[in-house]
Design a protein around this ligand. Structure first.
Ligand code: AMO
Length: 442
């Protein structure tokens, strides 16, 4: 039996017998010749079968012609035949003249989705939707991006941790919390690895990272919220301020974007019409109050009472940064303590501000990061001030009672990065299986 080759490797082979496997993309069953476009995870190739005719010129119903005539789109097949390089073939300048076709699995001929199906319909049939090379590319980009981040961390002696997703308390806020039955009591799905990545600092791990699921019972239907998402988290000891965290954040993104551009830049340009830009360092930093002033001067007043930036404000400040600095990223710093969690450290000289930031990429928040409060008395006071019961947090507060270094880190939504990198309209497009208020299937 001829060994299977990936379609992307065919063009480097000499003419000769080959075997490829994949699914049928199209069949053109003509009188004199049959054409099949076969796709696998690496690419597509044209298969050709000139039909046999008898002495009178009539078509003979032989093999593989009969099998090809019965092929439905989407069926998985293995074929063998003669590889031939031929510049006239539009699809890659090669074709395979078929000797045999084996059908592994027949597809129902009526495909439930088409190129113009709605996003919701496509999500219903995600496994078929993912067969499209554009979707396939998204997940190869994700793999490359995560790999580059991991390489960065591992080369610098960060420890990878896996924190539990079942918890006895909320990890971010009581709002947006999923509650589950837990042997006669309640457990909660982790909204973030926040507490446990900080625990690693008390444990003396120094530098850690985790890429894992996070859950938010967020009822909204925006393009950037999911009820389950992949969170990219890191936390480091011995920092002077959140500035150290931002520097690490920049390094990681540069490593990720560089790897993606190197490996997939051309394909991304061809398929998404997007030129991936490796960001230059340092990324611009703007204090939140100043950002609001800038946005106001551009004619947009951030309406919220609570000191935060809203999505339109994020878009406006990103547009300003793009015009002024030619940069796709901006750190908004100096968030007010009124809108930040109790564990964020506050400015030494102005307790109304925190040592924290949000990172905006192409107009949308992708990350929150901060220096953490590691002084137990201050931490308890801040928790009380936020209306939290320190008793509920005893397990967390203990992390700070037996010695802990200064530390900080960030959490970043993986799908948001990919969505904005590839100029997609929704995180649904770049999430393998999206979870939202009305979507638990497939
Ligand atoms: P925050 O709550 O800002 O911070 O979350 C960090 C990042 O996670 C992503 N994200 C989401 N992505 C999709 N759907 C959601 N519902 C959703 N919620 C959040 C965003 C966001 O910027 N513990 C802190 C981080 C830290 O300080 O280390 C935290 O969770 O990209």
């Amino acid at each position: 039996m001829t060994e299977r080759v990936l379609i992307k490797d065919l063009s480097a082979l000499d003419d000769g017998t080959v075997s490829v496997s994949g699914w049928v993309e199209t069949v053109r069953d003509q009188k004199k010749v049959q054409f099949v476009v076969l796709r696998d995870e690496s690419g597509a190739v044209q298969l050709v079968n000139p039909r046999t005719t008898d002495a009178d010129g009539a078509v003979v119903a032989d093999e593989p012609a009969t099998t090809i005539s019965a092929l439905s789109q989407g069926s998985f097949i293995t074929v063998t035949g003669e590889l031939k390089h031929d510049e006239r073939v539009k699809l890659g300048g090669i074709e395979i003249k078929l000797a045999s076709v084996e059908v592994l699995s027949h597809a129902i001929p009526e495909t439930p989705i088409a190129a113009d199906s709605s996003l919701d319909k496509r999500m219903d049939w995600r496994f078929l939707d993912l067969r499209h090379p554009k979707q396939n590319l998204i997940f190869r980009i994700q793999t490359t991006f995560e790999h580059a981040l991991r390489t960065y961390w591992v080369e610098r002696d960060f420890i990878e941790i896996h924190t539990p997703k079942l918890m006895a308390s909320a990890s971010e806020s009581r709002a947006e919390l999923f509650e589950v039955e837990y042997f006669g009591s309640k457990a909660y799905l982790a909204q973030s690895p926040q507490f446990f990545k900080q625990m690693a600092q008390s444990a003396g791990f120094g530098k850690i990272f985790e890429i894992g699921p996070a859950f938010r019972a967020d009822p909204s239907f925006t393009s950037r919220h999911a009820t389950e998402f992949t969170s990219v988290d890191t936390e480091i000891s011995w920092i002077e301020s959140h500035e150290d965290v931002m520097n690490l954040h920049e390094d990681l993104l540069v490593a990720g974007f560089r790897a993606v551009k190197e490996k997939h830049g051309e394909e991304i340009l061809a398929m998404f019409d997007v030129e991936v830009t490796v960001p230059t360092q340092p990324f611009p930093r703007i204090a939140l109050a100043e950002a609001k002033e800038i946005v106001k001067e551009r004619g947009y007043e951030v309406p919220r009472e609570d000191d935060d930036m809203d999505p339109e404000g994020e878009r406006q400040i990103a547009a300003y940064v793009k015009e002024k600095f030619g940069h796709e990223f901006v750190f908004l710093v100096d968030y007010s303590s009124s809108i930040r969690p109790f564990y964020h450290m506050r400015h030494a000289d102005d307790a109304s501000l925190t040592n924290s930031y949000d990172l905006i990429f192409n107009g949308t928040e992708i990350s929150t990061g901060a220096q953490r409060e590691h002084r137990i008395d201050v931490l308890i006071a801040q928790a009380r001030e936020k209306g939290m019961e320190p008793e509920e947090l005893e397990f967390y507060l203990d992390f700070f009672r037996y010695g802990v270094p200064s530390h900080g880190g960030f959490g970043m939504g993986l799908a948001r990065v990919l969505m904005l990198m590839l100029h997609q309209a929704s995180i649904r497009e770049v999430t393998y299986l999206f979870r939202g208020p009305t979507r638990l299937l497939p």
